[in-house]
Design a protein around this ligand. Sequence first.
Ligand SMILES: Cc1cc2nc3c(=O)[nH]c(=O)nc-3n(C[C@H](O)[C@H](O)[C@H](O)COP(=O)(O)OP(=O)(O)OC[C@H]3O[C@@H](n4cnc5c(N)ncnc54)[C@H](O)[C@@H]3O)c2cc1C
Length: 457
Amino acid sequence: MWRHGHRFDRTIAAMSTPLRAPRDGSGRFVNWARTVTTRPTAWREPASEAEVAEVVAAAAAAGGRVRVVGAGHSWSAIAAPEDIALTLDGLAGITSVDRERMQVTVAAGTRLRDLNAALDQRGLALPIVGSIAQQSVAGVIGTGTHGSSLVHGNLSSLVESLRLVSGRGEPVSIGGADPRLDGARVHLGALGIVTEVTLRVVPAFRLRETIDNIPLATVAPTLLEIARSAEYVKVWWLPHTKLAQVFRYTRTEEPSSRRPTPITGRWIDDHLLHGGVFPALLAVARRRPAWIPPINRALARVYLDRRPRVAPSALALSTPMPVRHRETEAALPLERSGEAFDRVVHRIDRDGLRVTFPVELRFVRGDSAWMSPAHGADTCQIGAYCSDAPDVDAYFAAFWSELRALGARPHWGKELDHGVDEVRAAYPQADRFRALRDALDPARVFGSAFHTRVLGA
Ligand SMILES: Cc1cc2nc3c(=O)[nH]c(=O)nc-3n(C[C@H](O)[C@H](O)[C@H](O)COP(=O)(O)OP(=O)(O)OC[C@H]3O[C@@H](n4cnc5c(N)ncnc54)[C@H](O)[C@@H]3O)c2cc1C
């Protein structure tokens, strides 16, 4: 079904293994990070909206609960099924393309990787993508997944309309003029089972990536300037090093680079480095945490000092699938992002925390989605990442103790321990969202322990 236009996309296709629901041999749900495991009572794989409605209606009649599992790429328990687990892997693919409006309609279970390839084949692209493309379309919008650009919003902001099956088992269309659309964009899996999504697209484009090393001390004072210095910009800082990396992506007509050759460049990154070298280094770091600072310094010199390259947008903006690790992420108004970053840097230093992964600063244009971390203002999303090293829990606790004080909002797909009162304080439209949930799912067919904690009973 999918064909691929650019050689980088052929590279992806050549390496791709089929993506399957996050379910182990004994029927348990296990998320990608292996931090959340549940044992659902049953797995269902509907292949049409009518079949989805049947599953929901039957569960509602029996007082049961249903949770859709996308790709299981959330670190939080937002996708953890406690009763019936539903996968929409059978509900995938583009259903229509409207070139006049520049919109495509896709079945909700479509993986981003497949959507990117299918769009490219048609000379189209999403205006923005996140770091990886393994996730499902409905799962991605459900948590406000974002890339990094003050010109483009997160992926939920690309939604023009969607269809879902409500807690009563009824199909509901939510179109562009419907005030509920801003509620449903970042749906948290709490409003219904999304079956179809219409997304805004643009003509396919290529990007040139450049990476500049800048002194760590200059990041905070110049962060707003950095954020606005290209259409797509992100910043990485590998703790225990003195330089930060600014990644900038600008549009170009140049042909895609061979990096160093079309196949081995990506293969080396995906398999040799991320599949072999990095896991081995992290295993060493786990046993000998004192070695983490020198390992980071060596990696920054060898891996992060890269030459410019050109690639189709979806590939330029993505990273190879990383080594399994943990993540938490905080969203702050852009104006407070320098102060927030400084606090994190100083806290790592003050507490002597040994951190194995970069701190990442990404920028997201403000939007109107009620539960979006970028609701109402241009935002900086600061990611704290770490392998399963001895300090990871202390690091995440320190990160949040600094950033809670600045009123940060949590990313729904990353580790978070927020309760409903904090969510209501951080998200000004949370009560509207809770009311929409009451209207679409009064019996809480889509309830879970996670949803009760963040949204209330
Ligand atoms: C390696 C890695 C890199 C990542 N990079 C980024 C990044 O660059 N930017 C970023 O913001 N995030 C990133 N994430 C987080 C990830 O994008 C989000 O957690 C995303 O929501 C996961 O999508 P999924 O398909 O796996 O959804 P899941 O995690 O399976 O589900 C997420 C939520 O959506 C619900 N859901 C799924 N499908 C449906 C449906 N059809 N109807 C109703 N509800 C549904 C689930 O029930 C759950 O509540 C990354 C994650 C990983 C593991």
